[in-house]
Design a protein around this ligand. Structure first.
Ligand SMILES: O=C(O)CCC(=O)c1ccccc1C(=O)O
Ligand SMILES: [Mg+2]
Length: 324
């Protein structure tokens, strides 16, 4: 006997969270609960404003329509579903059927969105390989270059991930590269999406010897994983990419092409983030995932994130918007 519930959540965010042009005061999304006999599975559907194409309202409506069919015994038709809906429903089904291993990789790459000193502290506590992620492209490219240099010099063995979110013109990208000493360039594991177009980013990688990674490009129409000079990784954000099956296919293609696949957050709640940590441990066991986004929240949801002291709202406190 199948049954399902759709919960609505709204979680307060840290006051400084800015997404592209807008401040994000609260994170809005849906949790699906699937039941079949004694088995239960959860999934999170939370389009990210300014990044996802769909809104939370649209995703909620589509999810409900698919859930209505599912409780009647039909399979989820996810091929044309909105990415966030495809991800949440497929994840809930995977958990329901016992397909998602319990063990997670909670050793995420510390994310620096502002204070470099906080990052030095986080890195000094990090066991094993030291990997960190820094957002660039928001201020002067020259400053970004100096910050990258400084970290690589200060922390031996650091593998730095940088992310410009397509902010630079080729000229600005070159200004950045000029300030990263040639002997330090290999300390940059990759720079995500330096330029506005993939063509300019590829040219930048070849010109500078700095490896790049695709993130936004992975979600572009017609994207295919391929071997390209200067490209070392693809970043997979399941909420923006789609079903777990599609994400697994991308991981497999990346590995076949000799690329690193990095599972990364779209600022899911602690419930979704925990599932991503489990997904990452399973699908990309040798790679540190990009999941350091709990620091952007002021509350957790249902499943606590390790070592996060924020209060946890249980699912039972949420509004159930639909159930059958
Ligand atoms: O990838 C990570 O390490 C953290 C997540 C992250 O940077 C991110 C989170 C939400 C939206 C966009 C991005 C991004 O990679 O640009
Ligand atoms: Mg990115």
């Amino acid at each position: 006997m199948r049954s399902a519930k759709l919960y609505r959540y709204s979680l307060p965010m840290d006051s400084g969270v800015i997404l592209r042009t807008q401040r994000l005061d609260s994170r809005e999304g849906w949790i699906v609960e699937l039941r079949d006999g004694d088995a239960v599975g959860y999934g999170e559907i939370a389009p990210l404003p300014e990044f996802s194409k769909e809104t939370a309202a649209e995703a909620g409506e589509k999810a409900q329509a698919l859930l209505e069919l599912w409780v009647k015994g039909e399979a989820f038709a996810l091929a044309d579903a909105l990415p966030s809906v495809a991800f949440g429903l497929s994840m809930a089904e995977l958990e329901l059927t016992g397909g998602l291993p319990v063990e997670g990789n909670y050793l995420t790459a510390p994310l620096c969105a502002g204070d470099p000193d906080a990052l030095v502290v986080a890195l000094s506590k990090m066991p094993g390989d030291k990997v960190a992620k820094i957002k660039v492209g928001m201020y002067e490219a020259v400053r970004d270059g100096m910050v990258a240099n400084m970290f690589i010099e200060a922390i031996p063995g650091l593998r730095l991930r940088l992310d410009a979110n397509r902010q630079w013109t080729p000229v600005k990208a070159r200004q950045f590269a000029k300030y990263v000493k040639p002997e330090h360039r290999s300390g940059i594991a990759f720079l995500e999406e330096p330029c506005m177009t993939p063509e300019d980013s590829l040219a930048f990688a070849q010109e500078t010897g700095i490896n790049i990674a695709w993130d936004e490009t992975v979600r572009d129409e017609g994207f295919e994983v391929k071997v390209e000079p200067g490209v070392s990784a693809i970043v997979i954000k399941p909420t923006m990419v789609g079903s777990v099956q599609r994400c697994m296919e991308l991981v497999k293609q990346a590995h076949e092409a000799g690329l690193t696949a990095v599972i990364s957050s779209s600022m899911e709640s602690s419930l979704g983030l925990n599932q991503l940590a489990r997904f990452a441990a399973w699908q990309t066991p040798d790679v540190i995932p990009g999941l350091d986004t709990m620091q952007l929240f002021k509350a957790q949801l249902e499943t606590p994130w390790p070592e996060c002291g924020l209060a946890v709202t249980p699912l039972s406190d949420l509004e159930v918007v639909w159930q059958e």
